[in-house]
Design a protein around this ligand. Structure first.
Ligand code: FPP
Length: 247
């Protein structure tokens, strides 16, 4: 049986999060402009999103642009924003063909107006799709997300609509961008870096971490299946001991 068939049979992760790192180095290695690395990154994302949906993943959340990425040279930020608009237009068909709903997390109102408009448009057009949710983390930073949630809750306490005793983990999570999705089961980072880079810090508390040396534009379906297969061999104890899980 192929690895593609094998992974479908047992304990498929419900939610995979990916830090798509290495587009710049991929381009540099080939003597190309960084923007071309990002363009090839979109091709990789299309392949991985399609393969994920086919494998039965219900949520795929990818780090497309961090709050810190605004500090990159203006030319690169502009290139990424233009790529976002053209990719959204171009990939609507891929999303519809694969029954994928597009979602976004992050401070998306910071995006240039044309990006924000196109994003909302594709989210609206794919809203009824059921097979998988593809979430783009755009202008996303986890620490900012946590501060935003805290401020919202503090405001409610101040107004008297929430009591201090009502604040617990479940309540807090309702104020995160990810309130309508389960926590990631598996977090993948490409390019051989061993960092989380301010991505989903709250949500990955018990996620399995998987690091791979390949640069994002080279990451393909087989690499995804390998990551899922590795995940399936792990025992997630959530703080318990092995005997409690397998009495
Ligand atoms: C990291 O590579 C990648 C990004 C900052 C952007 C990821 C974006 C895509 C895959 C394209 C889809 C998203 C949009 C917004 C169109 P890097 O540039 O940090 O690579 P490096 O570490 O090798 O320099």
């Amino acid at each position: 049986m192929s690895i593609k068939e094998e992974i479908k049979n047992y304990n498929v992760p419900q939610h995979i999060a990916i830090i798509m790192d290495g587009n710049g180095r991929w381009a540099k290695d080939k003597g190309l402009l960084r923007a071309l690395g990002h363009e090839n990154g979109v091709d990789a994302l299309r392949k991985i999103a399609t393969a994920s949906a086919e494998a039965g993943i219900k949520f795929l959340t990818v780090y497309a642009f961090s709050s810190e990425n605004w500090k990159r040279p203006r030319t690169e930020v502009n290139a990424l924003m233009s790529l976002l608009v053209s990719s959204l237009k171009k990939e609507l068909k891929t999303l519809m063909d694969n029954d994928i709903r597009l979602n976004a997390i992050g401070n998306t109102s910071n995006l240039p107006a044309r990006c924000f408009r196109e994003l909302k448009e594709v989210m609206r057009k794919t809203a009824a799709n059921k097979h998988m949710v593809l979430t783009l983390a755009l202008s996303y930073g986890s620490k900012e997300e946590i501060v935003k949630a805290t401020t919202e809750i503090a405001q409610k306490v101040k107004e008297g609509t929430v009591d201090l005793e009502d604040i617990n983990e479940e309540f807090f999570e309702k104020h995160l961008y990810t309130s309508d999705m389960p926590h990631p089961d598996l977090l993948i980072r490409t390019s051989g870096e061993y960092r989380i880079s301010n991505y989903l810090l709250w949500q990955i508390a018990y996620s399995e971490l998987y690091f791979v040396d390949k640069l994002w534009p080279d990451f393909n379906e087989e690499d995804l299946y390998e990551a899922i297969s590795d995940y399936q061999k792990r025992e997630r104890r959530f703080g318990k001991i092995s005997e409690q899980l397998n009495p």
